[in-house]
Design a protein around this ligand. Sequence first.
Ligand code: TMP
Length: 253
Amino acid sequence: MSHDMSHDTPKGRQIYEGKAKVLFEGPEPGTLIQYFKDDTTAFNAEKHEIMAGKGVLNLRISEYIFSRLEASGVPTHFIETLSPREQLVRQAEIIPLEVVMRNVAAGSLVKRLGLNEGETLPRPLVEFYYKDDALGDPLISEDHIAVFGWCSADELAEIVTLARKINDCMVEIFEKVGIRLVDFKLEFGRVADDMGQKIILADEISPDSCRLWDIESNEKMDKDRFRQNLGGMVDAYQQVAERLGLASDIKDN
Ligand code: TMP
């Protein structure tokens, strides 16, 4: 973390460091501070670079999407933004799944099934990957989730319902600003509530975890610019933020 830390909030103990974010204990029990780094990785961190300004853009875009989802009735971990790189979030017990929603063929789906990149799928496709870096996040089926007990059948049904609803909401949000939502990855967690436990959306939603193409030109506006060495990754993220109507001066933080 090589940037100016003067905006940062005093934090508790660091409890987890991932590839793009760090989690710290929050001010109240049951809260965490989610810190967005500029570190950018691909291919399970084989490729790694610091992209100045990326963390600030991802926080801003993720905050906006999570707020829109909350307003549409999707429960999320987001509480509030504390500084340009820090969000206060609800602590959740993360379910070890990467839930991918796809509208258009791209990425690993194209490779796996020999499709043409850019084909619109007959309907949105939901896929599950087991969240385990050492194994390279392998593709799994619903039955793997049941057999290994990663979540209950009721929880999985809720996750799929939420993922489809999130997709509908996000397709609309991005379409309105001239962006096609190709695919994206979600993570969910469990929190205690009056009824026992419930599922909430966790992690982030940003151009690191989505494929976003300009509707007119098909230009890539997401982390594929980094994965495929296309250049201009941070400028593309900035363009996404601007189109969503988010502040245009966030890049300098
Ligand atoms: P994939 O086509 O490589 O399987 O990726 C599908 C979507 O999931 C794409 O929008 C990028 C996102 N993704 C992540 O957020 N993290 C990951 O580790 C991977 C592999 C993909």
